[in-house]
Design a binder for this molecule. Sequence first.
Ligand SMILES: [Mg+2]
Ligand SMILES: [Zn+2]
Length: 207
Amino acid sequence: MNKAIFIDRDGTINVDKGYVYKLNDFEFLPGAREALRIFQDLGYILIIVTNQSGIARGYFTEGDYLKLDKGMKEDLELHGIEIKESFFCPHLPDGKIAKYAIECDCRKPKLGMYEQAIKKYNIDINHSICIGDKERDVALCEKYKKATGYVLYQDEEKQIENVKYIKGGLLEAAEKVRDNARLDQTDTGRKSRFISSVREWKLYKRT
Ligand SMILES: [Mg+2]
Ligand SMILES: [Zn+2]
């Protein structure tokens, strides 16, 4: 099974300028690429989960979205980062474009995009993480209490159940995840050293 980071796009990876769809307007947030690299190096697969109601609103087309997505992925590839897949929701119930003006099951906080990804990439939800600048980006954590959520750019740091609210952005979240992974390792190391010393002691007693 794979562990995954589910990442929101606008306001999390790139500056949220409101319905960005041109590559020229796409601006990575400081530390975003570095953060993605950290997650990747920790063994997570990277999955983008993004609401793109601009498509239903008629601000841009699905083709425009895909073009930007491709450009973003190419940039990240040059930095050694692989986005496994970007899932996007083009819908909005009262959108202008009839085709997309539906009540779907993928618009966050709904979990449709996550469920697709989990199935397709055999994801272990219990060891996965959701990150975004809005509460709706961590809705998965409400259903799955062993998943971890990070909500970015908060006024104060707090933790409610399995969701952490932090002041910083994606890089700070990545650093926290990395620190936790190190702590886990030290802990496991300590446990196995203890177990082997018990084993030695038992062996010693027998002789
Ligand atoms: Mg966002
Ligand atoms: Zn949708």
